[in-house]
Design a protein around this ligand. Structure first.
Ligand code: BES
Ligand code: ZN
Length: 647
């Protein structure tokens, strides 16, 4: 399809609308610009994405049909990806350029009749860049409208983890899951791996007979029935980083009318109890920000090697089991991933430098959901911990990384995963709330989500929209210069809002008394402390607390044995700094069973601060490494800077 054939464009456009509903409307391929927008409603204006080789301004992929064999023996996905596309500027001359990483491309074919017949096409896999992988360039006949790639993944694909039965809770069956954000989808699908390209997808997946496959799509079974053959469809246009699959011994338990949880059988009961407020969260978010757009909302609890806390895969949030604290104290993570159903999945960052549009908005929404469902005190505690964490992080950070609209050119987009897009982004929205009032900001956000639904946007587009719809409509409240400071300058503006809450006042008094020797550890009234109160208490203790006081606290509260992942993590960081030997065993146990990068990385960083600690880090990493996800392993490799030594 070409721009000169506008009527065909329009027909297809209308057909897609009729078929999938308006929200999936695919607009014709557009032009490319370096962060500049003059988009008309008829065009998508692509910006330069430094993390993709793709050429969507000429050839824009609109749908991917996957046909996969999942093999645990070879640790590969093998099959085909059939890509439908539209043509834009100079497309007659264009080749299709896809992103790949470590894929073995067997053959490529093109079709000029909508996939009825295919003929061989020539292709070339370019040299691999260490962050971006390799471009796959396919020669297209001028009238081609589909491409079929036959390929298989590499056994160390960065976006997949293959677990042996021993690495699962049940110990009997293997497990595999994907993690595509930020640019790992290309390690299991050849595609245009840029968040500004939105696609629908379908998948036929064959697995060993006794395992269940689930995906971020329609088609997940609610009966756990295993056939070894599964079919999925995501009829709404999503960015590639939201394509996700997991295969394992999974059981399902419903949570409410449109929600449920999948996990290994021994975990599903605990998970369902922990997540019992999910339906309430969906209702609360809908009330604030408009209708939930994705039909079902299910969760998948992964084995503990999952490298993140959570991942907002549409219709099926992926989550770490380390949030199953038994008292719902860590379920704001569910609120966070659910909030992405609006900020991130409905309105998506165009490139990874606009990541704060996803995470800052989501963090703000999370606080609002937490406040609605769990009350003002819970919200205040989480917000105060968030702000303190951000301040500490900023103090030790390069200035360039303190900027919301961070420049990630030439870098791994995973480097942008800091507290800045999250907490500084959320503080910016909280600032707007304070300035314009909650009612006006809520209305603004609701309209923002609705008017940009199923679109990917840049920071510049957001700022333009903000100025036109909030600043200019309420003149004299917030200036353009203030907005510019928030988005383009390092550090936190002096006007950054502070939580007006006395939630931690009692804890602060206790810390003082404990340090002054006026209150013994055993007399601290911590019986009913929540996770957040514990975290505030531990973080308020000085780095030279001393081993006597460490031992006193341990004797009173058994901190070395605590099961709560956040509390024990904090305790282990302190234990390393203090060389507190009684926690040594627990540290090793934690690092060899949990692969969540947020915990594992700071613990290794703390260990390598001393020569003896570094020796120990290398020893522990030898044991832990086989269980780590490639994303976590990469972070630890960088810390140890001694890949060879440690394996
Ligand atoms: N989308 C992110 C996870 C992510 C971001 C993965 C960038 C890869 C690259 C997810 O929504 C997230 O923010 N997870 C947080 C939890 C949250 C409660 C702050 C995490 O995993 O720590
Ligand atoms: Zn997030």
């Amino acid at each position: 399809m070409n721009f000169s054939r506008a009527s065909t464009v329009l027909c297809t456009f209308l057909l897609i609308n009729l078929f999938f509903g308006c929200e999936t409307a695919q607009k014709p391929a557009g032009k490319i610009e370096e962060q500049k927008h003059e988009s008309t409603s008829a065009e998508i204006v692509f910006v330069k994405d430094h993390h993709s080789y793709a050429n969507p301004e000429a050839i824009r992929v609109t749908n991917v049909d996957l046909d996969w064999d999942v093999s645990f023996e070879t640790k590969t996905i093998k099959g085909t990806a059939e890509l439908s596309f539209e043509r834009g500027k100079e497309a007659d001359k264009a080749q299709m350029i896809l992103d790949t990483r470590d894929l073995k491309i067997e053959k490529t074919k093109t079709s000029s009749d909508g996939g009825k017949t295919y003929k061989d096409a020539t292709f070339k896999v370019g040299e691999a860049d260490k962050f971006l992988g390799s471009p796959l360039t396919i020669d297209l006949p001028p009238d081609a409208d589909r491409v079929k790639v036959t390929y298989q993944t590499g056994p160390t694909a960065s976006g997949l983890q293959w677990l042996t039965p021993e690495q699962t809770a049940g110990k009997k069956m293997p497990f595999m899951f994907s993690q595509a954000q930020a640019i790992h989808a290309r390690s299991f699908i050849p595609l245009q791996d840029s968040p500004q390209v939105r696609i629908t997808y379908s998948a036929k997946v064959r697995t060993p007979k006794d395992l269940l496959a689930v995906m971020s799509a329609e088609g997940n079974s609610q009966t756990d029935e295993r056939t070894g053959e599964y079919e999925f469809k995501m009829p709404k246009a999503i960015p590639s980083y939201l394509i996700a699959i997991a295969v394992g011994d999974l059981k399902f338990k419903p949570l409410g009318k449109r929600s449920g949880v999948y996990s290994e059988p021994s975990v599903v009961g605990k998970a369902a109890k922990e997540f019992e407020d999910t339906e309430k969260m969906i209702d609360a978010t809908e009330k604030l920000y408009g209708e939930y757009a994705w039909g079902r909302y299910d969760l998948l609890v992964l084995p503990p090697s999952f490298p993140f806390g959570g991942m907002e895969n549409p219709m099926l949030t992926f989550a770490t089991p380390t949030i199953l604290a038994g008292d719902k104290s860590l379920v704001s993570l569910v609120a966070h991933e659910l909030a992405h159903s609006w900020s991130g999945n409905l309105v998506t960052n165009s490139t990874w430098r606009d990541f704060w549009l996803n995470e800052g908005f989501t963090t703000y929404l999370t606080y609002r959901i937490t406040e609605t469902v769990y009350g003002e005190k819970q919200y205040s505690m989480e917000a105060m911990l968030g702000r303190k964490g951000l301040e500490d992080e900023i103090a030790a950070m390069d200035e360039r990384d303190q900027i919301l609209h961070v420049d990630l050119k030439g870098r791994d987009p995973d480097d942008g995963f800091t507290g800045v897009p999250y907490e500084k982004g959320a503080l910016f929205l909280r600032y707007l709330e304070e300035k314009f009032g909650r009612e006006k900001l809520d209305e603004f956000l609701k309209t923002y989500f609705k008017s940009h639904a199923f679109q990917s946007i840049t920071t510049e587009q957001f700022v333009e929209y903000l100025k036109a719809n909030l600043l200019e409509k309420n003149p004299g409240v917030v200036t353009d210069t203030e907005v510019d400071e928030w988005i383009n300058k390092p550090g936190l503006p002096k006007t950054a809002p502070r939580a007006k809450s006395n939630a931690f006042e009692k804890i602060d008094v206790i810390v003082k008394e404990f340090l002054a020797g006026k209150t013994a550890a055993k007399d601290i009234p911590a019986k009913d402390w929540t996770t957040q109160e514990w975290l505030h208490f531990l973080r308020a203790l000085p780095s030279d607390l001393g081993n006597d006081k460490m031992a006193e606290l341990d004797a009173a509260f058994d901190l070395t044995k605590v099961g709560n992942s956040e509390i024990v993590f904090q305790w282990l960081v302190m234990s390393i700094a203090h060389k507190y030997a009684p926690a040594d065993g627990r540290l090793e146990e934690f690092l060899t069973t949990v692969g969540r990068r947020k915990f594992v990385k700071p613990l290794f960083e703390e260990l390598v601060k001393t020569p003896a600690g570094k020796v120990r880090a290398i020893e522990i990493y030898k044991k832990a490494h086989p269980g780590y996800h490639p994303i976590t392993a990469k972070s630890i490799d960088e810390i140890l800077d001694s890949k060879e030594e440690s394996k």
